[in-house]
Design a protein around this ligand. Sequence first.
Ligand SMILES: [Zn+2]
Length: 364
Amino acid sequence: MSFQADYFDGLRARAKPVTVRVKTSPHLHIAFEIANESLAFALADCDVQAKLGKAKRLIDLPNGGRLEAENIDVLEALMPLKTNLFWRGLHYLENHLALVFASLLLTVFAGWLFLQFGVPKLAEAVAKATPPSMEAQLGEQVLKGLDHKLGYFSLSETDVTHKAAITAALSNLCSKVKNCPVYRLEFRNGGVIGANAFALPGGIMVVTDDLVRLAKNDTEIVAVLTHELGHVQQRHAFRQSLQGVLAGLIIAAVTGDVSSVASGLPAVLMQMRYSREHELEADRFALSALQKACLPTRAFADILQRLEAQALVATNDKNAKPKPGSDPKQKTHSISELLSSHPDTQLRIQPFLHIDLNTKRNCT
Ligand SMILES: [Zn+2]
């Protein structure tokens, strides 16, 4: 049994045609003559490269040389079954476009599955292993970024005594809740962000002047901040930012674009949307904490409805033509964090409306 091949000795670029004999005794090997010299190699020492479409078959030899052949069927027929099946299978896949597309789709789907479910789990594990001091440092950096670098915030114009009253009311609530996390409350003028409150990594909670103005009373503000405390308690902001970084790293590993990962975390956090699951966790915390503190849970429902009404007006305004002389920037209110993952506010506020009666009964 033999096949024709071109032999490259690994030193010169010129090929020499050879007849390669395939022998099975005492073991599977190939042999050929070149310049009056007999060469023989055990197949186990050779690297038979996979069949690639209609390209020539390559056999890398242990002496640094290489054989190139149109057809090595006689050799392949004798190769160990397992290897043979593997290469044949690979060749089959490569030559069927539908299968190539199917495996491409499968790869993309697997990647999506990992980003969707694997990354959050991974972020949770990394968050658990990260010391709170490191998370706090990250939170400080993010707030600095929002204050100075990105300029989202400016100094709060809320009256000092009003700020003190809100701070005291929240602290009073926290003293009545066993699992209240460590937090720090910050007031800011949110500018185009509008009425908003959100939790940054490390327990920093920011409330904007617009939200303070939107509230009919301080209990409503405390109710909103209690929802944010729920995010702090579960370290949602930190987990979310870890997810962003991990997903970025994975995408960078695939696309090779590392610079996208290095883009500012504050910007990522501003566009962040908590998952519906995180929002429900924060809501549950708020509901329970408001009850424990004997505050009307309805306050949360009231301010949420007002926020939603404001968001609707802002959306309608955006769609309408700007009036002459008006500042278009004033209309770019982002949807509040509090509404972000909850298209159905009515459904969400139901528990806060129904529990009010019980709260009153236990607290008077
Ligand atoms: Zn939230």
